[in-house]
Ligand binder design. Sequence first.
Ligand code: KG4
Ligand code: ZN
Length: 347
Amino acid sequence: MLILGIDTSCDDTAASVVEDGAKIISNVVSTQNEIHKKYGGIVPELASRMHLEMILPVVDEALHKAGNNGFKDISAIAVCHGPGLIGSLLIGVCFAKSLAYVNKLPLIAVNHLEGHMFSSFLEDPVPEFPFIALVVSGGHTNLYRVNGFGKYNEIGKTLDDAAGEAFDKVAKLLGLGYPGGPFIDKIAETGNPLAIPFPRPILRDSLDFSFSGLKTAVLNFLKTNSSSKQDSSLVPHPSSLPDIAASFQSAVVDVLVEKTIEAARTNSLNKIVLSGGVSANSFLRKTISKRAEAEGFKVYMTSPNLCTDNAAMIASAGFYYFNHGKHASFGLNPKAYLPLGSAYSQP
Ligand code: KG4
Ligand code: ZN
């Protein structure tokens, strides 16, 4: 069974055709990085305008690459309806509703966080329920106990910035590009993670996260170490960038790994699923693999291109909704705030 997935939740216009929730037939992502990088962050109004321009060619390309004869072989259309930027979500949801209506196909609404989680179902082997899921992206840092499809129990979340947001903000302070995560990942390869003892915000007896203090610690470090400079810029000398990047990255990774391992331990589960843009981070992948192996846990990670936003993950989750007979109505509206769990009772 082929499902067309669509995601326009943030700044990527994405469409994909997936077979039986597992096999990617086509996967097209049009990023807007070039547009937003000069502002150092996403400008919501520009994002929705670009989605409007790109949605038709992106969906067209996904169908074309899948070799489909239009919608003839497609069984359903799955769309991300939240959480995300409301203007961006609106484009994808309205477009998906129109396609479903015109082609007389079922419409399926998928939560973006659930989509990220289901990106692991596009890899081999697929994780078996129950497992611990860490969804770590530019907008979210959440831990779930996942007991089955649609059975998500949130056991931890960030109280302030998401981990990806911290990467992006620190990259901006360091004068690196946007989005910052991949730049820090790369430059940290040659740095010493022990060079600067940035704080590890652990929040005892809780699986919650907090990253805003860490971002401030980097800012204070730059202020303290920029006194000899003539201009007011805090951007450090290029020679010190690798150590700062590696030290910041290792602080974020230590906390993510510590809490995730703790979640698996306290829930007596030995399977961990990593997803979301930050799970593409090479140091996180290395560190959690080592820790999990030592604890006897198995970690499921998707290939880096499926960690960041894509529509294959939406089509994959959509397949499970379809099998459970969970279709959305044409009254579907996007929601900027949509905690995971509420998506299961389809609108
Ligand atoms: O999942 P995603 O594409 O979009 C959201 O749902 O937010 O995640 C984007 C985030 C950005 O903050 C980006 O800097 C971060 O993921 N990211 C990374 C890496 N690749 C992407 N962070 C650290 N290391 C990476 N290699
Ligand atoms: Zn995402």
